[in-house]
Design a protein around this ligand. Structure first.
Ligand SMILES: Cc1cc2nc3c(=O)[nH]c(=O)nc-3n(C[C@H](O)[C@H](O)[C@H](O)COP(=O)(O)OP(=O)(O)OC[C@H]3O[C@@H](n4cnc5c(N)ncnc54)[C@H](O)[C@@H]3O)c2cc1C
Length: 548
């Protein structure tokens, strides 16, 4: 580095895991060169480093979807309080197959943040503003941030790491919100969990609906059962008497995610070989120049080989035609090949996760896809993909999430136990008609129905730039500084995270990382991605611009 005697000023908006990871990457590169780095952090959170999803004060019933053994975030170079990896930091050794509470990860991430603040070199001055930033202004070739404490700056660089900020509700949710106000029925988001727990005290003996059947639904179910004093024991659920009378989860297709393999040994059966991984990487490297169909065809061909091998080794149906047919349907209509009911799918995939029956083609392909996520990011994220091809690959990734982002097998077993117990009722699980009634909602599916007076919304809104209502993001969009990669996607970003505006030009020094960049980048919804290559590319870009 050549910089000397200068001060570079940086603002980071959002200090969840990604903001922390970016800050670490920057500080790691700011140790030589004689320059001073002034970094201002903006976030109203009480837990910098952790963010809302890993908030240490949330219920321990909200679990990480990664077992300890698979959490491969490198330790902080400044670790004292955060002592090594997450597993090293835990007070006592835990079984690697354990899925820890997200609050516990949050404590480690927050300790990591504290270590960085305590031990960053003298030429880095970090100032935390416990405030939301609501506008960004460009003046005299610098950036200025507005918050409730006035105007801060000037900044050479601003990084937006805001996760999924405030978003307009979809049409259904907007209708329900208005109805809830009119009728007095309860409609709550799944998070923060303490609000659900508090509301649930008033739901004893009443029917409650859950919109969505994904990972957050498992959190909500635990809150409405164990959070109300019930407990699971020996394959049974013991009610406390404070639970709702019945819980009605529902989604657009009634399909729950399949649990991950239960142990390291079972999980290892789905490892692609180095050659298979290399073939997948090669298929991916050809994809940006290909039309959507051709790109998906070559990715699917690269997936079919490990899938066939693994099915053969695990006693599954290793017929090439079956695997290819599965992949073709998955490309066109994800999930349509599943003919099982919700309960049958749960039972079958639990048995597969426990290694008691051979895995299905879908189960194998989904696990292989999970194991190729780093390869996928490496090949996809530096881009550039044509929007139609990116849309196809992202759609394929999203569809496979029902296997690749699965819950712990324990969570799937608990759901099955609750179904068998009758507390969870699936009569309206598969895309019910939902009528607004005076007492709440009437869920109608075929010739059966159920009335609920409360709904918990466990569906995460999409990272559609056009729907974000956070004032900072929406004003940047109105001004043309942020521009969607394509309709329905996040912001257009370059490899180093800098954004390009509606005129196609780079907004020098304005960068965005994370979920709101979905489109140009893929597989953003994971802790591993927060600490991945994107933060390094951003930090390297900042340093190289500072060198002139
Ligand atoms: C409920 C839930 C559970 C999840 N569970 C897992 C899991 O088990 N495993 C996994 O790998 N991934 C999980 N994820 C994915 C998750 O997105 C990432 O792991 C990670 O939390 C993303 O971090 P982030 O810093 O990008 O965003 P966030 O953690 O959301 O942090 C964004 C921060 O920006 C701040 N902010 C927003 N707007 C402003 C503003 N205008 N001014 C100032 N600050 C602002 C917010 O206060 C927040 O602190 C989960 C996501 C959700 C929603």
């Amino acid at each position: 580095m050549k910089i000397s005697g200068t001060t570079r000023s940086i603002a980071i908006v959002g200090t969840g895991p990604r903001g922390l990871a970016a800050l670490e990457a920057l500080v790691a590169r700011a140790t030589d060169g004689g320059a001073t780095w002034a970094v201002d952090l903006f976030d109203p959170t009480a837990w910098p480093g952790a963010g809302p999803n890993y908030s240490p004060d949330q219920s321990p019933l909200c679990l990480l979807n990664i077992p300890v053994r698979a959490l491969s975030v490198e330790p902080s170079p400044w670790a004292v309080l955060s002592r090594g990896t997450f597993a090293d930091w835990l007070p006592a050794p835990v079984d690697g197959d354990h899925f820890p509470p997200r609050a516990e990860i949050g404590r480690w991430l927050h300790a990591r943040y504290s270590d960085l603040i305590e031990r960053s070199p003298g030429n880095v001055v970090i100032t935390r503003h416990e405030l939301a930033a609501w506008r960004l202004e460009r003046a005299e070739a610098k950036w200025w941030l507005h918050s409730d404490s006035g105007r801060s700056g000037p900044y050479d660089e601003v990084l937006l790491t805001q996760g999924q900020p405030q978003t307009a509700p979809d049409d259904q949710l907007a209708r329900w919100q208005a109805h809830a106000v009119r009728s007095g029925a309860d409609l709550l988001p799944a998070y923060p969990d303490d609000q659900v727990l508090e509301a649930a005290e008033g739901w004893t003996g009443r029917p409650v609906g859950i919109r969505g059947l994904g990972l957050s639904t498992h959190d909500v179910l635990r809150l409405l059962t164990c959070g109300m004093g019930g407990r699971f024991d020996n394959g049974r659920y013991h009610r406390s008497g404070r639970e709702p009378s019945r819980i009605f989860p529902f989604s657009l297709n009634g399909q729950p995610p399949a649990p991950k393999p239960a142990t390291a040994d079972l999980d290892a059966r789905f490892d692609p070989s180095p050659e298979e991984t290399a073939r997948f990487a090669a298929a991916l490297s050809d994809a940006p120049a290909q039309a959507p169909d051709a790109a998906l065809s070559s990715l699917c061909a690269a997936l079919a080989e490990p899938a066939l091998r693994i099915l053969g080794e695990t006693g599954g149906d290793a017929d090439r035609k079956t695997v290819q047919a599965w992949l073709v349907t998955e490309r066109d209509t994800p999930g349509a090949q599943n003919e099982l009911t919700t309960t049958e799918f749960l039972r079958e995939t639990i048995e597969m996760a426990l290694g008691r029956v051979p895995p299905s083609p879908g189960y194998v392909i989904g696990q292989v896809w999970r194991k190729l996520q780093d390869e996928l990011r490496r090949g996809f994220n530096p881009g550039p993909f044509a929007p139609a091809t990116a849309r196809a690959v992202i759609g394929f990734d999203e569809g496979l999430k029902r296997y690749s982002y699965g819950p712990p097998v324990g969570a799937a077993e608990e759901l099955l136990i609750l179904i068998d117990d009758g507390l969870v009722d699936l009569r309206a699980v598969d895309d019910p008609d939902i009528l607004l009634i005076d007492s709440g909602w009437h869920l109608v599916e075929d010739d059966t129905s159920a009335k609920v007076s409360a709904i918990v919304d466990a569906v995460l809104p999409p990272p559609d730039l056009g729907r974000i209502t956070d004032p900072l993001i929406s004003s940047l969009r109105t001004e043309g500084r942020l521009h969607p990669y394509a309709d329905g996607f996040g912001a257009n970003t370059r490899e180093d995270g800098q954004v390009t505006g509606s005129d196609g030009r780079v907004q020098t020094g304005l960068s965005l990382l994370g979920r709101l960049a979905l489109g140009n980048i893929i597989a953003v919804d994971s802790l591993h991605d927060c600490f991945g290559a994107a933060r390094d590319r951003w930090a390297e870009g900042v340093v190289s611009r500072s060198e002139g």
